[in-house]
Structure formats: structure tokens, C-alpha cells
Design a binder for this molecule. Structure first.
Ligand SMILES: [Zn+2]
Length: 297
């Protein structure tokens, strides 16, 4: 059944749950990791010393402060600061290119080594393709929303046509066509994929509504988000906010219930939601795989 649309104020500092709009929120102080603060705002972490001459401030290290927010209604866990479009562009333009990688290595030694696992097609994509083909017929036309170059688009080489829409500005790989918003409107898609995107963006429901505008009644939408360890280990725990003291690229951690609320609130009908264990190359992880279609009026 279609739910009444929730009201999201879209304030700079979230005042309601990003999935269900509940204002029943538990919050705890946390920090934004130095790489993110530097890349988005040019902020450095700093040591405050007596030489600063501040009368009421204690010496010590200062990092970019924020709050961890935990929804008492659906269990979503998220960073309170919601990035603007310009900030997201600064974070993701040239994602994983040389300058991005060099800055990240500076703050997070070992990143270059880990980044090698991102250079080709992720090995777990074949498992996602299997998951999809057990449930849907081979699609003619796919749109991968936020799919970067298309390198990890499931069913690439199986579907007749693959389009990607992405803000990174990276050139699409062979067999994939990068499309603009206007071009999306001129096309009909059997399958839209939005994988590993919702955890990065400030207003997930707004994005889903955007995607819905590109869907027909027969379009299937495949969503995929990380099922983060803290969300799996402490399902239903009331003190999740206290267990998350730092924020990086993933600013939204989803419980299964929060995804249900999110997709249904956006005007989608949930077909299936399943946690899938995957291999990232350097470690295993769990993603939540979600299939939906447009809710019937
Ligand atoms: Zn919620």
C-alpha cells in the first residue's frame, strides 16, 4: 500500500531521520574523518597549544565535529551534517584519480594499496548478476544511476544496452554510454541500478524520487547498499549512535527496516530485500540487495 509522503526539511544539519522523517533521534558527538574535512572544506585537524593564548579552551587535538544520529523509529544511523551539491562534487569529482588517491594516502596510509582492488571489475558483481537473473529476465536496456564508468555495472555484456549517469565526470568504459538527465528522459529502461550510492548522499528519498521519474510501471529497480558491520551486530540496539564515532564517505548506515521505510515512503513497492555476503578482494563484506518497482496508485 502506498504510504503518505513524509516531510523532509532538508536542513544543513538533519532535524529528522533521513529514511522515515521521524524526529525521535538519539545523538552522540563524533568526528568527520580528516580526509573528508580536507577534501570538502579545506579543514585541517589541528593541535591547540598554549601558544594560541586562548583563555577558556583546553589544549589538545581538534577535529571536525559532528553528531551521529540514530533513528528510534526505523533504526537508521547517519551523520547529522548533510552535504550540499557543491560539497559532494568536491568529494567525488575525479573519484579515485591520481590527486584523490594521493590526498587520501596522505591521511590514510595504505589507501593506494587498497585502491588496487578498485581498479578492475569487482569480483562480487558476478554474484549480483546471478542474484538478478534468478529473479528477472535479461534486460534490454539498463541505466546505472551513479555507476561511475560502468566498470561495475551488473549485466554489462549481457544486456543489449547499458547507460550510466554519474557526477564523477569519468569517461565511460567500452560498451557503456554516459547519459545526461535529459537523455534519461528520452529512454525507457527495463532495469535501473543504483548500487553503492544511497550511503553517500544527503537526501536518499529525494534521489529515489528522481529515479522513479525515469521508471515505467514495468521497470525494475535494483538498489544495493552496504550492510555495515555495526548495523548487523547490534540490530535493534538503542545505543547505536554511541557505537559510531567517526564518519567517512558513507554518511548513511541502513538497517533493513530503514530501507523498507525509505523505499515505500518514496513511492516504491518492495519486491525483495536480502543481505548478500560478498568479497571485496581484501576483505568480505555484506551488502543489502533490494528489488523494487513503482507502487501502483
Ligand atoms: Zn527513521
Amino acid at each position: 500500500m502506498k504510504q503518505k509522503a513524509e516531510q523532509f526539511s532538508e536542513e544543513r544539519v538533519a532535524q529528522e531521520c533521513i529514511c522515515c522523517a521521524s524526529k525521535v533521534l538519539n545523538r552522540t558527538s563524533a568526528i568527520i574523518m580528516p580526509f573528508i574535512a580536507k577534501r570538502i572544506w579545506g579543514y585541517d585537524s589541528v593541535e591547540i597549544t598554549p601558544a594560541w593564548g586562548l583563555r577558556d579552551i583546553k589544549p589538545g587535538f581538534a577535529y571536525c565535529l559532528c553528531n551521529s544520529m540514530h533513528c528510534g523509529n526505523c533504526g537508521a544511523l547517519f551523520l547529522d551534517i548533510r552535504f550540499t551539491d557543491h560539497e559532494l562534487a568536491r568529494l567525488y569529482e575525479g573519484y579515485r584519480d591520481d590527486s584523490y588517491t594521493a590526498l587520501r594516502e596522505l591521511y590514510e596510509p595504505g589507501y593506494v594499496e587498497k585502491n588496487k582492488f578498485f581498479s578492475g571489475r569487482a569480483p562480487y558483481i558476478k554474484d549480483i548478476e546471478e542474484f538478478l537473473l534468478q529473479r528477472i529476465s535479461v534486460p534490454n536496456k539498463i541505466l546505472d544511476w551513479g555507476g561511475d564508468t560502468g566498470i561495475n555495472t551488473p549485466l554489462l555484456g549481457t544486456a543489449k544496452e547499458v547507460h550510466v549517469f554519474d557526477i564523477s565526470g569519468m569517461r565511460a568504459i567500452e560498451g557503456v554510454r554516459a547519459v545526461s538527465r535529459d537523455e534519461i528522459k528520452e529512454n525507457g529502461y527495463d532495469l535501473i541500478i543504483c548500487s553503492q550510492v544511497l550511503e553517500h548522499i544527503p537526501y536518499p528519498q529525494k534521489l529515489l524520487r528522481d529515479i522513479i521519474s525515469a521508471m515505467s510501471d514495468s521497470t525494475i529497480l535494483y538498489l544495493e547498499v552496504p550492510y555495515e558491520e555495526v548495523m548487523r551486530e547490534f540490530v535493534g540496539s538503542p545505543d547505536l549512535a554511541q557505537r559510531k564515532r567517526h564518519w567517512h564517505e558513507h554518511i548513511n548506515f541502513f538497517s533493513l527496516e530503514s530501507i523498507r521505510k525509505l523505499v515505500e515512503g518514496a513511492g516504491l513497492e518492495l519486491i525483495e530485500i536480502i543481505p548478500n555476503e560478498i568479497s571485496l578482494g581484501w576483505r568480505t563484506a555484506v551488502v543489502t540487495s533490494i528489488l523494487c518497482r513503482k507502487a501502483q496508485a
